[in-house]
Ligand binder design. Sequence first.
Ligand SMILES: Nc1ncnc2c1ncn2[C@@H]1O[C@H](COP(=O)(O)OP(=O)(O)O)[C@@H](O)[C@H]1O
Ligand SMILES: Cc1ncc(COP(=O)(O)OP(=O)(O)O)c(N)n1
Length: 270
Amino acid sequence: MAPTIARALTIAGSDSGGGAGIQADLKTFQELEVFGMSALTAVTAQNTLGVQGIYELPPQAVAEQIDAVVEDLGVDAAKTGMIANIEIMEVIAEKVKAYAIPNLVVDPVMISKSGHSLLNEDARLALKRYLLPLATVVTPNIPEAEVLTGLQLDSMEARKEAARMIIGMGARSVVIKGGHLPDGEAEDLFYDGQEFSILSSPRFETPHTHGTGCTFSAAIAAHLAKGEAVLSAVRQAKAFITAAIRHPLHLGGGHGPTNHWAHRLQEGKA
Ligand SMILES: Nc1ncnc2c1ncn2[C@@H]1O[C@H](COP(=O)(O)OP(=O)(O)O)[C@@H](O)[C@H]1O
Ligand SMILES: Cc1ncc(COP(=O)(O)OP(=O)(O)O)c(N)n1
């Protein structure tokens, strides 16, 4: 019998503070009524004030977690977050190809908002070689898109050029996220190699934006797992993250987590 629930896998690091990483991803999957599974790449000691410790897992441990869930439970979509190093990246690419995982969202996490490196230097450029050619959608923020393309992204024209370059690297589509723009709307640029779409929301003046990128990419993966088209998945993920930032939880003394329940307020489910 075919499974009755969509299944999504996050391949990412653990954030002990619960705002980013696999914790944010699994909360998002659950809220969007998708069965969530995880393959952990690293454990971080982290809270709203910063990252206090990083412990990378052996690549073999990542491989075995992916084997375990794919071979038994099945995966309709996967997303990657913190990958830590090239060896883990190679394992992920090998497994995604070997199992022909149908939808892959690559969030090219490089640096946390608190300024800690979550992917070592040599692995940053290896992303292009190993993971972008496998991506259904890749979701860089502006600094990450600058690292991938070498461009300075201080205008919409430059962001469009970067999006074209990223499609040229093999990704099927890209969203250059606008959270790091200096002012104006929180404007994300989507490109699928044919058409550009701009997804805008008000920009909220809040320190509680820890894990926005993780939550956004997990929501895209959840909607892809349910069989939605890429642009539709991205639009719904944008609505999900906008609600999560609009209604903060006010936790912690620094950059607090977003509110994964908030979409229920908009949908009248709360
Ligand atoms: N202050 C904000 N107000 C509204 N939306 C935001 C804000 N900050 C980020 N976003 C949105 O959150 C999502 C994640 O973006 P971003 O913060 O750039 O990613 P990352 O966490 O990877 O740095 C995007 O859709 C972006 O537009
Ligand atoms: C374990 C872990 N993974 C990813 C991140 C980065 O998350 P992101 O959504 O990009 O949010 P910020 O760190 O920018 O707030 C992380 N911090 N920890």
